[in-house]
Design a protein around this ligand. Structure first.
Ligand SMILES: *Cc1c(COP(=O)(O)O)cnc(C)c1O
Length: 392
């Protein structure tokens, strides 16, 4: 494929492999295994499989490989490995590189399951230090000679705090550590993470990449040496590979990724400025708004405020619930990046397992509502949010 192509062309054409039938659409190779013409050919493939030679779907599959090539081309990495879920990808990206005695520095503002993976690793003798990811001096102070990985969400879930990829990368690289970025909220469309110094970029493809809220998936993007070395070895032997059926769904999702994500971000920006200052709100949190603490960083790092908006209702949980229950277009659910707009109350759902103090530290107040803007008409969404705020 061509490296001259721009993103929208790559999203439609990159990585396609056509069978002898010359099918137009990406084929779904729903097969776990592959037939070898001879015993010698089987032996040769197990010694070293070539570019388009496959062994078993847990190791790789033509449909899965199309998805891996397409996402690597978008992200600007040499290679990618598709995983069963975002968490399989994060677990693979971390665990494949660590052993007892190693140390990880990670941002405290993180999705609960990511914190759980770090807890499991610490049980196996990996040191973990959590820092406020927005404060570079905390990253610098936490580094140790045995620090192997610096890990963070570039935009935190759900608080929408933006972490400086280039700033953390400089500190990590000076200490000989690699930078693993969970880039879900930025999405591949607003990501320049590799150019900014990230070594490994991880996505939950369940979110914007599927874009229809249909299938779980994850992907790890990085150098060929890392992806086809430690990462593939770990994931293929521990069972975290993506199913070919899900890869086929992700391939079709990617064709419209740029169109959807830009429309969603435009809706988020429009909604944020339309509701900011409403009497029912204590705070409107959107990285695209000038009063966001990391507004300048968000614009420099992503060139957009993103597709997610948080509203902190002044009346706490009761007001948040009244707002949620009054919404007519926006659904109450917990996915994000979907074509359909979704509102979530983190304190009682996605982050209910944290203590109230731990929630407060990462900005999850009882009144906080996280909204993933969809691709519906922006004016309709603004009207829906406004009438629900008025109902509070
Ligand atoms: C959803 C999400 C994950 C986990 O992805 P799954 O596909 O649900 O396993 C990890 N990190 C962030 C920031 C997420 O939003």
């Amino acid at each position: 494929m061509s490296t001259d192509w721009n993103t929208r062309t790559k999203l439609v054409h990159e990585g396609i492999r056509r069978s002898q039938y010359g099918e137009m659409a990406e084929a779904l190779f729903l097969t776990q295994g592959f037939v070898y013409p001879s015993a010698e050919a089987a032996e040769a493939r197990f010694i070293g499989a070539g570019e388009d030679e496959f062994i078993y779907a847990r190791y790789g599959n033509p449909t899965t490989r199309m998805f891996e090539d397409r996402i690597a081309a978008i992200e600007g990495t040499e290679d990618a490995f598709a995983c069963a879920s975002g968490m399989a990808a994060i677990n693979g990206a971390l665990t494949s590189q660590l052993k007892a005695g190693d140390h990880v520095v990670a941002a405290r503002q993180m999705f609960g399951s990511c914190l759980h993976v770090l807890k499991v690793l610490s049980g196996f003798g990996v040191g973990v230090t959590l820092v406020d990811g927005t404060k570079l001096y905390e990253w610098r102070a936490a580094m140790r000679p045995e620090t192997k990985i610096c890990f963070f969400e570039s935009v935190s879930n759900p608080g929408l705090e933006v972490i400086d990829i280039a700033g953390v990368a400089e500190i990590a690289h000076a200490g000989g550590a690699v930078v693993v970025v969970d880039n879900v909220f930025a999405s591949p469309i607003f990501s320049k993470a590799v150019a900014q110094g990230a070594d490994i970029v991880v996505y939950s493809t369940t979110k914007h990449i599927d874009g229809g809220g249909r299938a779980l998936g994850g992907v790890v993007c990085g150098t060929r040496a890392f992806i086809r070395g430690p990462l593939e070895t770990y994931v293929k032997h521990t069972g975290g590979a993506m199913s070919p059926f899900h890869a086929w769904i992700m391939l079709s999702g990617m064709q419209t990724l740029d169109l959807r994500v830009r429309a969603q971000a435009a809706n988020a920006a429009m909604a944020a400025s339309a509701v900011a200052g409403h009497a029912a709100l204590a705070r409107t949190i959107y990285p695209g708004l000038i009063d966001h603490p990391q507004h300048a960083l968000a614009m420099a790092q992503m060139g957009s405020g993103g597709t997610m908006l948080c509203l902190d209702l002044a009346g706490g949980k009761e007001a948040a619930f009244r707002f949620l229950n009054a919404l007519k277009i926006v659904s109450i659910s917990n996915n994000l990046g979907d074509a359909k707009s979704i509102a979530t109350h983190p304190a009682t759902t996605t982050h209910k397992n944290l203590s109230e103090e731990d929630r407060a530290v990462i900005g999850i107040t009882p009144g906080l509502v996280r909204i993933s803007l969809g691709i519906e008409d922006g004016a309709d969404l603004v009207a829906d949010l406004r009438q629900a705020l008025d109902a509070v």
